[in-house]
Design a protein around this ligand. Sequence first.
Ligand code: ATP
Ligand code: MG
Length: 192
Amino acid sequence: MYNLVVFGAPGSGKGTQSARLIDEYGLYHISTGELLRDHIARETELGKIANEYISKGHLIPDALMIEILENTLDGNPDTANGVIFDGFPRTIPQAEALNEMLHKRGARVDAVVGLEVDDKELIDRLLKRGLESGRSDDNMETINERLNVYNRQTAPLRDFYITQGKYHSIKGSGSIDDIFNDIRNHLKSTRK
Ligand code: ATP
Ligand code: MG
């Protein structure tokens, strides 16, 4: 089992690079953002709760998010080869829970791909996406709040994974192909 975390600020390209990584490594993709948006679109109970947080640019509470993730992994044979975690973990408690969940399965986080993009470019990308995506969180006010939340709650994970020797810093601006090649070069040494 090979487990990869794709990490970065909102708009850093986690979804885009994850799509390339799935093709390359044949891993199962879990995007917590997509999962939640799917619930919102289907108007499930979880979707209603999630929308309250997402539309304000806030994170879904850890306990709920961790439970959702555990349910996605449990008894899912498609995850046997390994998983790309895209948008999870976003807090230290989530990262600790992920370590535990994988440990129970005799696995671990093998590598963290950290996509690093400056704030100005992030804001430009998210505003542009907002014009097409119809996402309730891609507007100026919510974008600012998401970046604040990222800096406060998520950015500390960078040090968390550096300390564990798992963090690969990737320059997340430039062409999608160049970024992907850079990721691939970094990951070579982490695959058996
Ligand atoms: P990117 O553009 O790089 O894919 P993103 O920030 O636009 O990143 P998603 O990962 O799709 O978007 O997440 C959208 C929203 O879903 C978050 O702002 C948050 O409200 C909620 N969410 C997603 N993952 C988590 C998580 N692990 N914990 C709490 N809330 C989450
Ligand atoms: Mg995304």
